[in-house]
Write a protein that binds this ligand. Sequence first.
Ligand SMILES: [Zn+2]
Length: 108
Amino acid sequence: MEALSLERVANTGETLELVWADGLVQHITWSDLRRKCPCAVCQVEREKPTPVEPLKPASLLAVIDRAETLPIKPTSFRAVGNYAYAISFSDGHSSGIYSLSTLRQIGN
Ligand SMILES: [Zn+2]
């Protein structure tokens, strides 16, 4: 299998645009990237069974942290060697290192 390589990486605002050397173009939303963060902490989080939310009175539902309602944006995006990108997000999370194969998978 040929090694993956990117021709172009761009932030379109809502999405990360990836133009692969083999001609494939992918758009991945930043929130999707954040949800699929490959770091160890997020992997453990994802593997936990989804807790059943107890029913809350309507008044409590209105209290949502403002940060949670904002769309996730990247605050930094940098290459790590030739094979991965480190992405920091507006929610403060910055330990995700996305290898090219991970990006390719998320985009599929
Ligand atoms: Zn993470």
